[in-house]
Design a protein around this ligand. Structure first.
Ligand code: SIN
Ligand code: MN
Length: 280
């Protein structure tokens, strides 16, 4: 899938593009049906909420689940990112965020590139996020909020918040957020399961808790230009991948046909994926 020039100008101006209903219900069913099994697993890739057993985020399912391994090679996700970055991409991070009914906690205001630079030594913000809604996203179940145009600020000062939620994040001060919102406002793309959002790694974003009775499961692919790969392996490999091989796309019907995919972590995460060191 290729972006048109009008879409590329909007992406450049706003920092995101929204594609309602890009995937069909039968394609999404293959993915959402797999989530309860993945979330039930007791493995380190499942990070649970602070106050409950609900999964906040599941990492690296593309390494041990066939439907998600196929999604990770889907041309509707990969090709626009390659087009924007102008070169092949590799998977920097792959997560399935739960934001489960009643239990889904906040994601504080942040830029993803802030974390990737500070923790992983990614050289430049030459990486894009692609989110796919596996549930409907509405105004009640904690939609992802963006400050349009905030990616133009480059890397914004942030502090490492290790206490608010169960997942540490480099977060931006309230004063800075107020200043950015005064200029750009806040948007929250909402829509059916199967919708997709493409957004810049410097776009400031957050989401509130989910007090509704509806889950808000979404998948996030963080795709990095191969030449811009991370230099530091401080975080476990299932959070910040160290395989910089360019992604090769499967055909467009890959969610509906059983294309062969490698599942290297199917019978468990290798010990080395949990290793951390400061050396690249
Ligand atoms: C994220 O910022 O990575 C996730 C935010 C969300 O799922 O609401
Ligand atoms: Mn984020």
């Amino acid at each position: 899938m290729q972006l048109e020039s009008e879409q590329r100008s909007r992406l450049d101006r706003d920092g995101y593009l929204f594609f309602p209903n890009l995937f069909q219900p039968d394609e999404i069913a293959v993915l959402i049906d797999e989530v309860p099994r993945l979330y039930a697993e007791r493995r380190q890739e499942n990070v649970r909420e602070k106050e409950s057993d609900a999964v906040r985020t599941n990492f690296a399912a593309h390494m041990y689940s066939a439907p998600f391994a196929r999604l990770a090679r889907h041309p509707r996700l990969i090709e626009p990112a390659m087009q924007v970055l102008g070169e092949p991409v590799y998977m920097h991070q792959f997560k399935i965020n739960g934001k489960m009914a009643f239990d889904g906690d906040v994601w504080q205001w942040h830029q993803d590139f802030g974390t990737w630079k500070n923790d992983d030594d990614m050289p430049a913000p030459r990486a894009m996020n692609v989110a796919i809604f596996l549930d409907e996203v509405n105004e009640f179940n904690g939609p992802l909020m963006f400050i349009p145009g905030s990616h133009k600020q480059g890397v914004i000062d942030a502090t490492h918040d290790t206490s608010t939620t169960s997942y540490p994040l480099w977060t931006i001060s309230h004063g800075t957020i107020a200043r950015l919102v005064a200029r750009g406002g806040i948007v929250a793309p909402k829509g059916s399961a199967g919708s997709m959002v493409l957004f810049h790694s410097c776009l400031v974003h957050a989401s509130t808790s989910n007090l509704s009775p509806w889950n808000r499961v979404s998948v996030y692919l963080s795709l990095c230009a191969v030449s811009n790969h991370i230099r530091r392996f401080k975080r476990p490999e299932y959070i910040a991948h160290r395989d910089f091989t360019p992604i090769e796309c499967l055909p467009d019907d890959c969610l509906l046909k059983d294309y062969d995919v490698a599942l290297p972590w199917k019978s468990g995460t290798p010990q080395k994926a949990g290793d951390t060191s400061l050396a690249a």
